[in-house]
Ligand binder design. Structure first.
Ligand SMILES: Cc1ncc(COP(=O)(O)O)c(C=O)c1O
Length: 303
């Protein structure tokens, strides 16, 4: 990593200290921004970005849901993402594409009526989020997951993450590592920034797309890997009690990778240790991220 970091802003590489916006920027005042979270890894043949095209595609879908017209093509954002990782000489990194109304002013609908959408892409050294030896102790949140009647669980809208933040803070204040959110109907949805899986009698189970979840790219990768390893996979609604009585549970996400859960509301998951299926999936996924699995090489874009 070089000392001088650069952020890609609307087509230009800008020194980090110059990559600023006005304090009255619409997206700062009203959380009207959208974002993506992508990672690069030090892989077998060099630095590689994991599932770049899928992340960029989700970024554009989020923009569409938000009524925001990004002034770039997906190809341009893919190229810019590669450039920013390269320019900052990164290996293991977190990449943050961000779409925002960069205009100043507090008129709520003005930037949407007269759009001036900006895109920034930052990348910085990153190891892993939430990693905890021995697994996570989780709490079912008193906050419910947003539904499509409020915001959009399928989009990475900045505004969604106030709910995620409240749930995380509540869990941490109560002495837990992370929150799990239910939907208004009481079904399990996901963590504040992670999808959730459980293992029950050998079957790998995760909530379906209709359960107010973000369609995680890690979730998709883990489903693929689980099937390839010969496990039965079900995408179906999960009740809270099923989480209390399952054999294994884990979160998935770009930042957390695959993170085991060892208790939920003080009920041990299985015997309270990291389960064998969780371990196998985690190991395989970790190898896939780092170019050590030939069959998943297609997920990597070398920079
Ligand atoms: C709310 C939410 N759910 C799930 C995920 C996991 O998605 P992915 O695996 O694409 O990072 C994230 C992270 O992006 C998230 O913010």
């Amino acid at each position: 990593m070089s000392d001088q970091q650069y952020i890609w802003m609307d087509g230009k590489m800008v020194k980090e200290q110059d990559a600023n916006v006005h304090v009255l920027t619409h997206s700062l005042q009203y959380a009207s921004g959208i974002f993506e979270g992508t990672r690069s890894f030090t892989a077998k043949k060099g630095t590689a970005i994991f599932r770049l095209k899928e992340h960029t595609h989700r970024f554009f879908n989020t923009a569409k849901i938000a009524h925001m017209t990004l002034p770039f093509t997906e190809q341009q954002i893919n190229t810019a993402t590669i450039e920013v990782v390269r320019k900052n000489k990164l290996g293991d990194s977190y990449i943050r594409p961000f779409g925002y109304y960069g205009v100043k002013g507090v008129g709520l609908t003005n930037p949407v009526k007269y759009p001036k959408v900006s895109v920034a892409i930052a990348a910085f050294y990153f190891a892993r989020y939430l990693e905890k030896k021995g697994g996570l102790r989780c709490k079912i949140s008193s906050y419910r997951k947003v539904s499509s009647s409020m915001l959009s669980p399928r989009a990475k809208l900045s505004a969604n993450y106030m709910g995620s933040l409240l749930a995380s803070l509540e869990a941490k204040d109560a002495g837990y590592d992370e929150a799990i959110l239910l939907s208004e109907s009481g079904h399990v949805t996901e963590g504040p920034a992670e999808n959730i899986f459980m293992v029950s009698e050998g079957t790998v189970v995760t909530p379906p797309s209709s359960a107010n979840i973000l369609m995680g790219i890690t979730r998709d990768s883990i489903i693929r890997i689980a099937k390839d390893l010969g496990f039965a996979v079900e995408e179906r609604n999960i009740h809270r009690e099923e989480l209390y009585t399952c054999d294994e549970a884990f979160f998935t996400g770009t930042a957390v990778e695959l993170e085991p859960i060892v208790s939920i509301d003080k009920r041990k998951t299985g015997d309270g240790k990291i389960g064998p299926i969780t371990k196998r999936l985690s190991d395989t996924y970790s190898q896939a991220l780092r170019g050590q699995k030939k069959e998943y090489e297609k997920w990597l874009t070398y920079v």
